[in-house]
Structure formats: structure tokens, C-alpha cells
Ligand binder design. Structure first.
Ligand code: IMP
Length: 432
């Protein structure tokens, strides 16, 4: 009964999509358990790129059933656009292949407006969100005024719940110029249309997933974002509004901790972050631009340039602990080719003190200086390497040092975007 959780070990964009896509070939079911249309990755289907935001990457494999779990916030418009885009490529989306939890919350059109308004209200509030309405949707969930996917099947109840939610936003609407104020009936009509299209996919995914796990099916739980963006464990308040860590896989799917068999953390061979917030190993000026261009580090959802820096072993060690990682998949090692020396942050220096654990306070993280260990680099282009033995000795040494510092076996190393570019590390534990 393998139930594998895949989580990001940094600040998102670690290359989880490509890893999940590769693991999904061996999975029966792939589940998204948190986040919303703020996530984004591109998978290649029959030579064409497909951008996915809400639907799990397993959708391109015909035998895989994809689940949008209860912990996800679903923007129905974005979801239907994604279903249409996939269908136009010939990918069959049927209720047998796509199941949406009746307990997931709906992102309403004005959640995006609220997200944007907050970002524009002033520098003190700005977090650099994706402005996809994800935070405001979770606020309503916790405030117990959210509208859930299951409500789409009960028009009367939908109207009542939308009204409650709507009324609670009046102060915000009234502050808008009259022409910009959303119209209740328009939104209700739009939702009723979405309801017709989405109803066949809506079900009780919690019971279904548990039955499938008990029947021995292989289940992959696909995290979005990364540990540094977790609302509890990340760099609060510069975080997303959900639990991106392995615990979130349980609360966001209904599969209990006792059914999880392994946790794979994904970490890039260096670090990136989008949006605001502390980033101890961030490079500056030309050095940052060089790494961004080498790694083509631009956001999949917003196109924003990502901030780039060296590998932060303090962060990844902390991620490995918080997630209980049984293995790490290291991605984009090929990007570091050509550096005479490569650096790893092994601790932080703060006001003369050496910190070896990830501090909770953003004000501390903003002041820390990274303590680097420098290793010899390598010049060889790694993209043609097919096995561990073919990697240059210095690249192998770098990987082994990361393994030592993070305390978790590195199971695979990626040297390019294709599936064939994932190299197994000798003696690593199996992922399934
Ligand atoms: P939100 O999730 O849109 O509310 O944004 C909160 C923070 O999470 C911002 O710093 C975003 O840039 C970041 N974020 C959200 N989704 C992703 C992602 O998929 N990759 C990387 N960062 C993300």
C-alpha cells in the first residue's frame, strides 16, 4: 500500500512537477492536497507544453486517476479553462479520471480582487502573492463563511452561502468605485453554470481515497509550493496560506498519517524564491542574474523573475525534519556547471552567534549572514550524463556533501528537464 508524499524542501519551484510527472507513471492515483491556482508547472505532452495549476500532473498518464483534495482551494473558472486546454490536446478528462473533493473551498471572483487590493494597499502589507485569490479563500474557510465545492450541487444552499460570504465583504465593495463593484446575481449565475459542468467530477474523495489505499493502490500526494512557504513552518508572514508540508498531505486529503509510507522532499541544487521575504543566501547583482539565466528561473504562474542564491542546507535540513523526509530528490544540478567553485550555506551568523537551526522570526532571518562551505566546481555539461558514474567527481562530491548536511539520503539527481535526465544515486532507498 505505498502512499508517497512529495513536498518542496525550499520556497517552491524546486521542480516537483517534473518529479511527480515521472513518479506518476508508476502511480494509480495522484492527489493535490493544498494550495490553489497559485501553483503552476508545465509538463510536456506529445511534445507540447501543458500548463497545470490545479489538476495534478498525473493527468497526462492515461491510467492515472487525479484527485483535487479537500485541502485545495478551487477557482472554478481556472479549473474549467484547464480542463478545456487539456481536452483540446486530446487528454481525456472524465469523472473516472478526475475527482474533486466536495469539501474543497471555492475561490470566488472577488477573492482575486481582495488579494490584489491587499497587495496594493502599501508596502507594510505586501507579500508578493500570486494574486490568484488563494489567501482570501483560506481566510473565509477558517472564518467559516467559505463556499465549498459540494455546495455547487445544491443551488438553494449555494445562493444562501454565497449571500453570507458576500454580505461579509460589503465594506470592501463599498470602498470600490461603483463600476468596479461585483454584481451578486452575475456571480451566482456564473457559479450555477460552473456547477453544471463540474458536478460530474464532485465526490467524497476522502472515503474513496481511503478505500483505494486499503485496496493497495499506489497513491502519490503532490504538494505545491515549499516548506519555506508553509503557513506554520515557513517565513511567516511571507508564506502562502496553507500547510505545504507533509502534515498538510493528511489534512488536505483525508488519508491519515498511518497510511503514509514515505515522504520525498524535492530540493534544487541551489535556492530560489519569488515574492517578498527573507532569503539568507540570495545573490546580488550580476551573480544573481547569471544564476537566474543559467537556470531559466522565471515563475510559471506569474512570469516573475525568481530571486536566486546558493543551496541553504540549514533550510533543507529543517525541511527534512518537519516533513519527515525519507529521501530527497535533487534537481537542476546541471545548472551549476561552469562555476569554478560552488557554495553551500552550512549555518547562519547572527550578531556574533552561530545558528544551525532555522529561526522562527523573520527579523532574525533578515539579519543573518550565511556561513558558506566552498567546494570545487565542475565544467562538464551534465545534461548527457545517464548514470551516477558518469557525473564528474566534483559534482558527486557536492551531492554527497548535501546528503551529509541535510541528514537524508539523496535518491535521485536531475540533470535536465526530461524524464531520462533523472539519475538514481547508488544505495538510495526506493521511492515507492
Ligand atoms: P499566494 O500563495 O499567492 O498567497 O502567495 C504567497 C507567497 O507564496 C508569495 O511569496 C508567492 O510568490 C509564493 N508562492 C505561491 N505559489 C508559489 C509557487 O507555486 N511557487 C513559488 N512561490 C509561490
Amino acid at each position: 500500500m505505498p502512499v508517497v508524499v512529495v513536498v518542496g524542501a525550499q520556497w517552491g519551484d524546486e521542480g516537483k512537477g517534473a518529479m511527480v510527472d515521472s513518479l506518476a507513471r508508476e502511480a494509480d492515483i495522484v492527489v493535490r492536497f493544498q494550495g490553489g491556482a497559485n501553483a503552476g508547472h508545465t509538463v510536456i505532452y506529445k511534445g507540447k507544453p501543458v500548463a497545470l495549476h490545479l489538476i495534478p500532473s498525473g493527468i497526462t498518464h492515461e491510467h492515472t486517476v487525479c484527485v483535487i483534495g479537500n485541502g485545495v482551494v478551487v477557482d472554478p473558472k481556472a479549473l474549467l479553462e484547464e480542463i478545456d486546454a487539456l481536452s483540446s490536446l486530446g487528454i481525456s478528462i472524465t469523472p473516472e479520471r478526475l475527482r474533486i473533493s466536495d469539501r474543497a473551498h471555492l475561490t470566488l471572483p472577488y477573492h482575486r480582487m481582495l488579494d490584489t487590493a491587499r497587495e496594493m494597499a502599501g508596502a507594510r502589507l505586501r507579500l508578493g502573492t500570486t494574486r490568484r485569490g488563494v489567501g482570501p479563500t483560506y481566510v473565509d474557510k477558517v472564518d467559516r463563511v467559505g463556499v465549498r465545492v459540494g455546495d455547487l450541487r445544491h443551488p438553494k444552499r449555494l445562493e444562501e452561502k454565497l449571500r453570507t460570504n458576500w454580505e461579509q465583504k460589503q465594506a470592501f465593495f463599498n470602498a470600490l468605485p461603483p463600476d468596479d463593484r461585483p454584481d451578486f446575481n452575475e456571480i451566482l449565475d456564473e457559479l450555477l453554470q460552473y456547477a453544471q459542468k463540474l458536478s460530474p467530477y464532485i465526490c467524497d474523495t476522502v472515503m474513496w481515497l481511503n478505500e483505494q489505499a486499503d485496496a493497495g493502490k499506489r497513491i502519490l500526494l503532490e504538494g505545491a509550493q515549499g516548506t519555506g512557504l508553509d503557513v506554520d513552518f515557513g517565513t511567516y508572514p511571507f508564506v502562502t496560506s496553507s500547510n505545504t508540508t507533509a502534515g498538510g498531505a493528511c489534512t488536505g486529503s483525508g488519508l491519515p498519517p498511518t497510511k503514509i509510507t514515505s515522504v520525498l522532499g524535492i530540493a534544487k541544487a541551489y535556492t530560489t524564491r519569488v515574492g517578498e521575504g527573507p532569503f539568507p543566501t540570495e545573490l546580488q547583482g550580476e551573480e544573481q542574474i547569471k544564476l537566474r539565466e543559467k537556470g531559466r528561473e522565471y515563475g510559471a504562474t506569474t512570469g516573475r523573475p525568481r530571486r536566486c542564491g546558493w543551496f541553504d542546507a540549514v533550510l533543507v535540513r529543517y525541511s527534512a525534519i518537519v516533513n519527515g523526509c525519507t529521501a530527497i530528490a535533487l534537481t537542476k544540478l546541471d545548472v551549476l556547471s561552469g562555476y569554478p567553485e560552488v557554495k553551500i550555506c552550512v549555518a547562519y551568523r547572527w550578531r556574533g552567534e552561530i545558528l544551525t537551526t532555522f529561526p522562527a522570526e523573520v527579523c532574525v532571518l533578515e539579519e543573518v549572514e550565511p556561513v558558506y562551505e566552498t567546494l570545487p566546481g565542475w565544467d562538464e555539461n551534465l545534461t548527457q550524463c545517464k548514470s551516477w558514474e558518469q557525473l564528474p567527481a566534483n559534482a558527486q562530491r557536492f551531492v554527497m556533501r548535501l546528503q551529509e548536511l541535510t541528514g537524508v539520503p539523496i535518491a535521485t539527481v536531475s540533470v535536465g528537464p526530461e524524464r531520462s535526465c533523472v539519475i538514481s544515486v547508488p544505495d538510495a532507498p526506493p521511492i515507492w
